[in-house]
Design a protein around this ligand. Sequence first.
Ligand code: HEC
Ligand code: HEC
Length: 325
Amino acid sequence: MREAYSGPVDSWPAVETTGDTPFQEMALLERPHPFADDPMEQLGEALFFDPILSASGQIACASCHHPDLAFTDGIRTSIGHDRQQGRRNAPTLLDKADQAIFMWDGAAISLEHQALMPISNPVEMAETQAALVETMNADPDYPSQFRAITGRDEIAMEDITAALAAYERTLTRRTKFDVFLAGERDHFTDQELFGLHLFRTKARCMTCHSGPRLTDDEFHNIGLTYYGRKYEDLGRYALTNTPENVGEFKTPSLRHVPRTGPYMHNGLFPSLRGIVNLYDAGGARPRPREGMEGDPLFPETSELLPKLNLTPAEKDALVAYLETL
Ligand code: HEC
Ligand code: HEC
């Protein structure tokens, strides 16, 4: 195994995927330019940690994206305005610089576009754009700081989202797998190396988690829709109204997963081991309950998830590899 993975990535054992889905080879993620003394990024950082963005004046972006928790909140689903609980799990904000589509259902197409959503979401920051722009312009410090960059007297909503996005684009961290990919092959234990091999072959993870960020940026249903139940979330369907999209969510990047639990769009998986068991079983495949037969919206779990028949030692190795990301 050591021998097989000692050379450059294109000399490694061939990747095995399910179906004929295209995949991208693993590669070192290009690092964004580091946070430096760019004034827009500094303003963005100040705003990110400032509860001025919320109606109550108590909730900042960082309340749900905490730097010590890899910019997540560590809970199942986020709690926002008036202690209301949202229905989705907060993703990490690390390594978003070259991401093309955001939110679990793909509702946002840029970081600037995304930033508008938590601000006006009634269970997150619950603030209107008009009220926020007014508060910002009445602040003793922000107007002059923005004027120094934009040359305009008034702060506009676009300035606020541009600053937040500029800061977010700088967020990155090196992982153990990065060091391995950069050429230090001794950095992995035998078990981690075996886990990498399984991820690329028998476990077929690269059918969907491929490329430098370990995602295809596509939408799939792995069976967690909870259709007709308390936790129901129709995912991508809410945007497209296409029945095939019921229960599909964006394949998340797996970078930083050791620090981003609990997992999945609904935060219902507390451990990576539980996730490996789910994939071993071929994903979740709920059957229609009484009265749901023939329902055109009944979610279909992806055909790209075969049963894997992993041994306990193989599951341990896969988890050990995930712990390096
Ligand atoms: C109340 C908690 C909460 C607050 C406050 C909050 N977020 Fe989030 N954030 C979430 C949740 C939950 C999601 C996932 C939502 C979804 O996919 O439907 C998310 C998703 C995101 C994403 C998308 C990440 C991805 O990979 O798809 C970005 C970027 C982001 N938030 C940035 C921000 C910024 C910037 C702010 C401040 C303006 C902010 N968030 C405030 C909880 C929060
Ligand atoms: C058919 C595509 C597909 C395949 C194959 C696949 N995944 Fe996923 N993965 C997804 C999607 C989509 C989600 C999010 C699902 C949701 O939240 O409902 C996900 C979520 C995850 C998460 C949770 C990440 C987070 O931030 O919450 C982990 C960990 C994970 N997958 C690991 C793996 C491993 C390990 C394999 C191989 C055994 C694998 N995946 C195979 C599509 C796939």
